[in-house]
Design a protein around this ligand. Structure first.
Ligand SMILES: *Cc1c(COP(=O)(O)O)cnc(C)c1O
Length: 401
């Protein structure tokens, strides 16, 4: 366990109380009989899979759903012990040993995969079957499910713990809601076709975020929310779910250099940049390589609780700020790229609009290499460094809030 010292001055801060509260809102919404599998794939939509996994385990989630074996292993290596489902098939024929070693639950999509897993396990082990009910992507066709289910259930040591499908949610909520109800009818027909056995499958699930919030009738015995964990339910309908808290994330940086630029070359070469000289500028850590959109040029960040103009195009590692109206600004001053500073706030919605991104693309654009600082009850709880998400449980970051 290493101590943490901040050494990269562009970072993210997460309010994990919001994650806990969003989970509890859904828990209350669905009641005690419906199991919850938060979808925390893609590094928990960039929020950091280990920290989110730990908080959700503590909150009482029934399973975690992740996208790759590597994500599952990362959770295991960081002490997450609850059931973990790997969504995609990940060629179980070649990786069954990893599922066994790390106690990960595979998604079964073919009889070959089921056989490989059955041969690899030496004791009764859970599997999930994914059915395609209309998204037209991954899964056993709903109509073929009954035969498929029977064959898999009879293989040695395989226990079908879950059956799930993914909502298409095209053009939500207009045609999307009707389509989801149609998908549900296919799911239900597949369950009816296996009779009493269906009730012995603990986790039957079709509902992603829009499904679990807007369509209570399709819930069955489980839900699998992703976006709702971060407070979003399709964004356009967020206003109807005021209890969900968003965002979890603030994005910060520091000034590392303050300069009076007097030369003409800069202005000459980059004609698009309006730089009257002499000009007082500040260098903010963080550029395109960190996920800051070039579209921030001409926009602003927050400094000293006020809007500070971005003076130039964005480079890979740096962004130039116009400090004309900030005579006191000095290296070390904190900058907010996303979030609140004093009375001012830059919201996720604002950045999405300015940068032309949607949820969840704004999150996936944020670079994995930024340090992630996690707060609980207003206090720093843990830090993850790099995408490997090493967790430092006794951090001592210098001056982070
Ligand atoms: C990502 C994912 C979800 C969650 O989707 P949201 O729309 O973000 O709630 C649910 N189910 C599966 C299979 C997924 O891969």
């Amino acid at each position: 366990m290493k101590d943490y010292q901040i050494s990269r001055f562009c970072w993210l801060e997460f309010n994990m109380d919001n994650l806990r509260d969003n989970f509890l809102v859904l828990k209350k919404m669905v009641g005690p009989d419906v199991k919850i599998m938060p979808a925390i794939k893609v590094n928990a939509y960039s929020h950091g899979i280990v920290a989110c996994g730990k908080v959700l385990e503590e909150c009482g989630a029934d399973y975690l759903g992740v996208g790759s074996i590597d994500e599952g292993i990362l959770l295991r290596e960081n002490g997450v012990n609850m059931p973990i489902l790997i969504f995609a098939s990940n060629l179980i024929q070649e990786t069954a040993n990893l599922y066994v070693q790390y106690h990960l639950i595979p998604t079964i999509l073919s009889l070959e995969a089921a056989r490989s897993f059955s041969e690899a396990v030496s004791e009764p082990s859970d599997v999930f079957i994914k059915i395609d009910t209309g998204r037209g992507r991954i899964g056993v066709n709903a109509e073929e499910f009954p035969d498929f289910f029977r064959e898999v259930s009879q293989m040695p040591n395989l226990h079908v713990e879950g059956v799930y499908s993914h909502m298409a949610a095209v053009n939500w909520p207009d045609e999307g809601a009707d389509y989801a109800v149609w998908q549900y009818s296919r799911f239900k027909a597949a369950m009816d076709a296996i009779g009493e056995d269906a009730n012995r499958i603990p986790f039957r699930q079709l509902a992603n975020t829009p499904g679990c919030i807007a369509l209570p009738d399709i819930r069955m015995s489980g839900i699998c929310p992703g976006r709702a964990m971060w407070g979003y339910s399709p964004l356009t309908r967020r206003a109807e779910h005021p209890e969900l808290k968003a965002p979890l994330v603030s994005w910060k940086s520091r000034l590392v250099h303050v300069n009076e630029v007097t030369g003409g070359k800069f202005g000459e070469k980059y004609k698009a940049v309006k730089m009257d000289t002499p000009k007082r500028i500040g260098i903010m850590v963080g550029g395109m390589g960190d996920g800051i959109s070039p579209k921030i040029a001409g926009g602003y960040v927050l400094l000293h609780g006020r809007k500070c103009p971005v003076a130039s195009t964005v480079s890979l590692e740096h962004t130039i700020l116009d400090l004309t109206d900030f005579p006191d600004a000095k290296p070390g001053d904190e900058i907010v790229i996303l979030g609140r500073q004093g009375e001012e706030e830059i919201t996720l919605e604002q950045r999405m609009e300015e940068w032309g991104l949607t949820v969840p693309r704004i999150w996936t654009e944020i670079s994995a290499h930024l340090d992630r600082h996690y707060y609980r009850d207003g206090k720093l709880w843990a830090v993850a460094k790099d995408e490997r998400c090493l967790l430092y449980t006794s951090p001592s970051p210098r001056d982070t809030r």
